[in-house]
Design a protein around this ligand. Structure first.
Ligand code: PMP
Length: 456
């Protein structure tokens, strides 16, 4: 419920915000939206304005805001058992691990942490240790992609393929090689889909050979690059990468931090491509962000080399809050809601609707490409459809601002070169109604129309 007007003194809060709070990622915004409540797909700010949360926060509040049953599950668990470490065990962690394995549909072992970055760090450490204990100690490098984001910590940032997030913090975790993204709209190999040999997948084989296969521990990728601009690979890409990994004994780590838990229209993004990863990392949608939690799922076969009793081969990694009972209880309730309300199916349906409805935007001279994957979309803005020159940052900012004015919050990609931060992103909650979807598309149309008024 929305707190009554007058609950806060806005000016005082804003002053404290300016003096005390360090905002994430962006320069300090002196006039931030101060959110005070959320319900379904909407959030309400301190002035009582309502916004449709077109990004589900940060691609995460998948079951929508204001779910009392999740709050109750958290309160119940806090009262029963708020904390116990996972060098032993507790019931919510056991149940959740079992549920995740059911959702993955394979034989996996689950390691819990707090954030997507943590989950990826765990994946890197497990992959290195696995090779080390498996007679291949020189395998330590990872291959990831330019434009991808894998997290903020030194290893996960090393894997990240957006230089502007890394410069000033280097040296990062070492041993991360990058390959070009599978980006058909601006093919890094200058080819067109249908007339190419999926060079974006074949390049992995070249890099593995150039670096020496005996030095490569793993490949990490998202099923589609999300925050880097909703870059959807050709359909055969992931299975080709899987084949190459198999050929060279390289582990395939799939980062499902955004794509997991229904966002892709299936339970996990990789299930759209029929591949079985060696390691799957997940966060965000695991709790719909009601409580911090992440997980690293490791193929049971890999776990074998960590479990032999009497050998000094266990995984020497702990994090205090990882897999705490409250977050696990929240995740279990979140997944129960997704199952009971058939929200994966709903996300798939909404995604198809969104793809269809967004097509109308292609008429706008500044829309170069629209890419969708499950219930997410990227709208790539250009100056000209012919030259594909990225739209000027002011134009991207204008569409974002015009949407916000009309009560719709959407996002934009991040990239190394600000000029290429020209992809608007959408990732609304799965409880978005058909009417709300129409509102999103109509608002985008209006926002794009303002570009025409300005430039004529
Ligand atoms: N991987 C991907 C694909 C992500 O989008 C993110 C966060 N946006 C992360 C990892 C890192 O997650 P966190 O912010 O929870 O550390």
């Amino acid at each position: 419920s929305v707190p009554a007007a007058g609950t806060w003194n806005k000016e005082e809060l804003l002053e404290k915000d300016r003096e005390r709070l360090w905002h994430h990622i962006s320069p300090h915004n002196p006039n931030p939206v101060i959110a005070v409540a959320g319900e379904g797909s909407w959030i309400t700010d301190i002035d009582g304005n309502r916004f449709l949360d077109g990004m589900s926060g940060l691609w995460c509040v998948n079951v929508g805001h204001g779910r009392e049953e999740i709050a109750e599950a958290a309160a119940e668990q806090m009262k029963t058992l708020a904390f116990f470490p996972l060098n032993q065990s507790h019931v919510p962690a056991i149940r959740l691990a079992d549920k995740i394995v059911e959702w993955l549909g394979g034989d996996y072992r689950i390691f819990f942490s707090n954030s997507g970055s943590d989950a990826n760090e765990v994946a890197f450490k497990i992959a290195r240790q696995y090779h080390n204990q498996n007679g291949e100690p020189t395998r330590h490098k990872f291959i990831s992609r330019h434009r991808a984001y894998h997290g903020n910590s030194m290893g996960a940032l090393g894997a990240t393929g957006q230089a502007n997030r890394k410069i000033k913090y280097e040296p990062l975790g070492t041993g991360f090689q990058h390959v070009p993204p599978p980006y058909c709209y601006r093919c890094p190999f200058g080819k067109a889909y249908g007339e190419c040999s999926i060079d974006c997948a074949r390049i992995y084989e070249d890099v593995i050979n150039w670096e020496g296969a005996e030095t490569i521990a793993g490949v990490i990728l998202e099923p589609v690059i999300t925050g880097g601009g909703v870059i959807v690979p050709p359909p055969e890409y992931l299975s080709k990468v899987r084949e190459i990994c198999d050929k060279y004994g390289v582990l395939l780590i799939v980062d499902e931090v955004i794509c997991g838990f229904g966002r892709s229209g299936k339970r996990f993004g990789h299930q759209n491509y029929g591949v079985e990863p060696d390691i799957v990392t997940m966060a965000k949608g695991i709790t719909s962000a009601y409580s911090p939690l992440s997980a690293t799922a490791v193929r049971a076969g890999l776990y074998e080399s960590f479990k032999e009793q009497g050998k000094d081969n266990h995984f020497r990694h702990v994090n205090t809050f990882g897999g705490n009972p409250v977050s696990c209880a929240v995740a279990l309730k979140n997944i129960e809601i997704i199952e009971e309300e058939k929200l994966v199916e709903r996300a798939e349906y909404l995604g198809m609707q969104l793809e269809h409805k967004l097509n109308a935007l292609l008429e706008c001279p500044n829309v170069g490409d629209i890419r969708t994957f499950g219930f997410m979309a990227g709208i790539e803005m250009v100056e000209s459809k012919q030259t594909k020159q990225p739209a000027a940052p002011a134009k991207v900012a204008q569409v974002l601002a015009e949407c916000k004015k009309r009560g719709l919050m959407i996002g934009k990609n991040s990239d190394t070169v600000p000029q290429y931060e020209n992809v608007l992103t959408l990732s609304p909650p799965f409880v978005t109604t058909d009417k709300e979807l129409d509102f999103i598309v109509a608002t985008l149309k209006e926002a794009f129309a303002t570009l025409l008024i300005k430039s004529s």
